[in-house]
Design a binder for this molecule. Structure first.
Ligand code: GDP
Ligand code: IMO
Ligand code: MG
Length: 434
């Protein structure tokens, strides 16, 4: 059994897409377990750039199976656009992609609700991706959501759709907000989408468990990151799904007893898009340099990402929640030109050192990060694929992160492409993907 979860250990955009694409060569099935088209997972193959949103990054490897698990919210228009774009770039998707009949369907009404809620006076603006993700999950948890299986059955779908949409229009009217929704046009569109996705829909839990019993291997691809997890993240500045390792089970219908390891993906520094507390944010020239060198602009919305220094207490917190066997340190090359590099090694509030991540935004905002400065290597690591070829000070940096976080860094990424990666011989990481 070799079924591994790969997920973000920070606030998303850690480079999961690159790592999943690289490792999917060694797995039979790649399954997404939560989120929706708020995700943007970038993969470079030579000159070609792909940004995967709903479809697992493993689809780029010929012959591999992709699964969209029950834990996702699916905008069929976004999914079909993504499938068409991949197929016109020469990636065969049909026949290799399976969609859970229990995943939830995202409607234009969800986007409308999000626009209303984000803009309302007195409401904290989360700075979402404006895709309607939160309202769709609200309907799921509120037990009025429409699932893929419902969409495929017109007799079930129509009354559900009428009810859910009319309810949202009533809320808009009650709040005095103009609603721009063509209810029957959207319904007809969705009925047409249903026919296009029908051949891909199945019980993906049965598919995955059957494959595992047959000795096939599965990689679970997380979206977002643990600090954006609905339970464990910086609530309410989070996304609305379970991005952490537990979500891999609930979001696919595969039991924890079938999972052999969990790998966290972490930048050599840290970024965040949207609002919310960020203890190690570098609002100075160093932050600008990271943004420019790392090209830190959102893959989905194009927004500039907020940049800051590696945060050890944060990584220890997410390692605890996910039980990381190993982490991948990505974008090491982005730090190539720094003379010194800051690392936050502890949190203090009012001079007192914290032993736990505070639960509230108010407390996290009060955190005084305790920094240690380590020497930079001031030369290029770009594209290095052998650990021994890294400059000594870059190796020292990786060792420092391992020592302080207590987690092995079994893989280091030195560029956006597949080959620009170091897998450390003898590591736990290597044994998990062998
Ligand atoms: P994801 O959402 O976690 O998949 O990450 P994104 O794709 O949103 O953002 C990561 C960005 O960094 C992408 O543009 C990647 O191509 C790029 N990237 C990933 N790993 C590396 C690396 O090691 N070095 C550099 N320079 N870029 C990288
Ligand atoms: P990947 O998978 C980074 C952020 C948004 C916002 C918050 C809530 O590419 O790492 P939402 O639209 O989900 O309700 O927005 O979460 N966010 C992400 N940030 N990477 C992502 O995905 C994100 N998906 C959502 O910016 O702060
Ligand atoms: Mg991303």
């Amino acid at each position: 059994m070799r079924n591994v979860v790969i997920l973000g250990s920070q606030w998303g955009d850690e480079g999961k897409g690159k790592i999943v694409d690289l490792l999917s060569e060694r797995f039979d099935i790649i399954a997404r377990y939560q989120g929706g088209h708020n995700a943007g997972h970038t993969v470079f193959i030579g000159e070609k750039k792909f940004v995967l949103k709903l479809i697992p990054s493993g689809i780029l490897r010929p012959g591999k199976i992709g699964v969209i698990g029950n834990g996702l919210v699916i905008d069929p228009a976004a999914l079909l656009t993504e499938i068409d774009a991949l197929e016109s770039a020469g990636v065969q998707v049909r026949g290799r992609l399976f969609i859970s009949n229990r995943a939830h369907v995202l409607f234009p009404a969800h986007r409308m609700m999000e626009k209303m809620s984000e803009g309302r006076e007195g409401r904290v603006s989360i700075g979402t991706t404006s895709r309607g993700i939160g309202p769709c999950y609200e309907d799921k948890i509120g037990r009025r959501g429409i699932r893929v299986a419902d969409l495929l059955d017109k007799a079930v779908f129509r009354p559900q759709y009428e009810f859910v949409t009319k309810e949202k229009l009533a809320i808009a009217a009650a709040l005095g907000i103009p609603a721009d929704l063509d209810v029957s046009r959207a319904r007809d569109e969705y009925e047409a989408f249903a026919e296009r996705i029908r051949p891909m829909v199945c019980d993906t839990s049965v598919l995955l468990n059957g494959a595992i019993r047959d000795g096939k291997t599965v990689m679970f691809e997380g979206a977002q990151g643990t600090m954006l997890d609905i339970d464990h993240g910086t609530y309410p500045f989070v996304t609305s799904s379970s991005a952490s390792a537990g979500g891999a089970c609930t979001g696919t219908g595969v039991a924890p007893t079938r999972i052999s390891g969990v790998i966290g993906v972490s930048k050599a520094y840290i970024t965040r898009v949207g609002g919310g507390p960020f203890p190690t944010e570098a609002l100075d020239e160093a932050g600008e340099r990271i943004r420019a060198r790392g090209n830190e602009f959102g893959a989905v919305t194009g927004r500039p990402r907020r940049c800051g220094w590696f945060d050890v207490p944060l990584l220890r917190y997410t390692a605890n929640i996910n039980g990381f066997d190993s982490i991948v340190v990505t974008k090491l090359d982005v730090l190539d030109e720094f003379e010194t590099i800051k690392v936050c090694v502890a949190y203090k509030i009012g001079g007192r050192e914290l032993t736990e991540m505070p639960p509230t935004v108010a407390e996290i905002e009060k955190i005084e990060p305790v920094y240690e400065e380590v020497p930079g290597w001031a030369c290029s690591t770009f594209g290095i694929s052998n650990y021994e070829d890294l400059p000594a000070k870059a190796k020292d940096y990786v060792a420092f992160l391992e020592e302080r976080t207590g987690v092995e860094a079994g893989c280091v990424s030195t560029g956006p492409e597949r080959m620009q990666t170091i897998i450390r011989p003898g590591s736990r990481f290597e044994s998990l993907i062998r």
